[in-house]
Design a protein around this ligand. Structure first.
Ligand code: HEM
Length: 187
């Protein structure tokens, strides 16, 4: 790793760096008899980490992030997530690794596009049977609450960020699409 002060090409991730707040969150999560909908607010912090070289030939630019999500109804933190967003300029690939304290971690990969008005769209996905972008989880979760797929779309324009993510679960004997979305502004 090098120092963040070095001039590093964070590509489409550069605009993420900073602190974000959003109170328009909607979570749809599984319950034994159906689903629950949780309005939420969150803080999201992206930090420039620097670059890294793999096998002497791949250079990646790295941001770390931490997401803290609170239920509006009681202000309790009910989702905590950490990870990295990674830009591979040579391959024009965006990577997103995440870990949540349920014993679930994943590495999603994907693309970016920049629209005419400067809006940047990042789209990444992982699936349990994908040899490149996959999911690792504890034996308990594998058996009882298995994450089978994950997709995440981030739309970034200046100081406005929205996201929509879908986590596909096998839980309570059925398949469930667990979704989360929010709109944030840079604080
Ligand atoms: C803003 C983002 C998220 C929020 C607010 C959220 C919230 C929730 C809630 C409320 C539940 C129901 C169980 C409970 O009350 O604790 C749940 C279940 C679950 N979530 Fe999330 N989640 C988020 C993102 C994710 C992500 C990114 C993953 C994994 C990739 C994930 C994996 C799971 C799993 C495996 C369960 C099933 C565990 C269970 O219900 O017993 N979630 N989540």
């Amino acid at each position: 790793m090098t120092q963040p002060s070095k001039c590093i090409n964070y590509g489409p991730l550069r605009g993420l760096i900073g602190n974000w707040e959003g109170d328009k969150g909607v979570d749809i999560a599984p319950e034994p008899e159906g689903a629950e909908t949780n309005p939420y607010y969150e803080s999201l912090r992206f930090e420039a980490v620097g670059d890294v070289t793999n096998a002497g030939e791949q250079t990646l630019a790295v941001l770390s992030y931490r997401q803290l999500v609170r239920r509006k109804v009681d202000d309790e933190i009910f989702h905590h997530e950490i990870g990295y967003w990674i830009w591979d300029a040579a391959a024009e690939t965006v990577m997103h690794s995440l870990a949540i304290p349920r014993g679930v971690t994943l590495l999603a990969g994907g693309t970016h596009k920049t629209e005419a008005d400067g809006t940047i769209i990042l789209e990444v996905a992982a699936a349990i049977d994908n040899p490149d972008w996959s999911i690792v989880q504890s034996p308990f979760m594998n058996t009882k609450a298995r994450t089978t797929a994950f997709s995440h779309k981030v739309t970034l324009k200046a100081d406005h960020l929205t996201y929509m993510e879908t986590t596909s679960l096998d839980i309570y004997g059925r398949s469930f699409e667990h979704t989360d979305s929010n709109a944030l502004t840079r604080s």
